[in-house]
Design a binder for this molecule. Structure first.
Ligand SMILES: *[C@@H]1O[C@H](CO)[C@@H](O)[C@H](O)[C@H]1NC(C)=O
Length: 195
């Protein structure tokens, strides 16, 4: 008798302290099982998220694009990077505007373009290089036109590993006069991650 009364009280207590999910009352045990399931689901979702973030085929956080302009005339004779001093776009802060170097924030295939203008009567010899001037991945040569400035450009596709640097270097032993006029629209360096 006492046991039955105890059970009734216990049931009432459990009822009062029970949970409701989808309008169905649940026992503490049901809730524990539900919590366990949720933990398993969260852990599965976490590993899926990690896989998505590190997958090369996803667009997650992978919008890499930059464009930098030259806003003053530059005469270069050596292999130091040409510093395109005005950043117009840099989604991942991958272009170092102080040193003129783009650094790949992740592995992938990248597209780069360099557009350069030679001042009237002047020549330009410029390489696009990867990591060192011995690794040339692009070239623009502009012959001198005595009367007019001339603009040329090239478009490069290249595979990069995270941390690879790409910059524009002039040809040692030659003098290149690059025009930085017209609000920086004569000469610029740009690139983006293709995939
Ligand atoms: C990037 O590429 C390098 C060289 O191929 C490789 O060792 C590294 O694991 C790659 N990193 C990622 C995150 O895919």
């Amino acid at each position: 008798m006492i046991f039955q009364m105890f059970m009734v009280v216990l049931c009432q207590l459990l009822w009062v302290h029970s949970f409701v999910l989808n309008n169905q009352p649940l026992t503490v045990q049901d809730v524990m099982i539900e919590v366990l399931h949720l933990q398993q689901e969260i852990s599965a979702l976490k590993s899926q998220l990690t896989a998505i973030q590190s997958s090369p085929s996803t667009t997650w956080n992978k919008h890499v694009a930059f464009m930098a302009s030259l806003t003053n005339n530059v005469q270069c004779t050596g292999e130091a990077p040409v510093i395109f001093d005005h950043e117009r776009l840099d989604t991942q802060m991958a272009y170092d505007v102080r040193h003129g170097v783009f650094r790949a924030p992740m592995n992938g295939t990248y597209a780069f373009s360099m557009t350069l203008m030679a001042q009237a009567g002047k020549m330009v010899y410029a390489h696009m290089v990867r990591n060192s001037v011995s690794e040339r991945i692009g070239y623009v040569f502009i012959n001198a036109d005595p009367d007019r400035a001339q603009e040329r450009s090239t478009f490069i596709l290249v595979d990069l590993t995270v941390g690879d640097d790409v910059w524009i270097a002039c040809l040692p032993g030659e003098t290149s006069d690059i025009d930085g006029g017209h609000l920086g629209l004569h000469s610029f360096f740009s690139g983006f991650l293709v995939n």
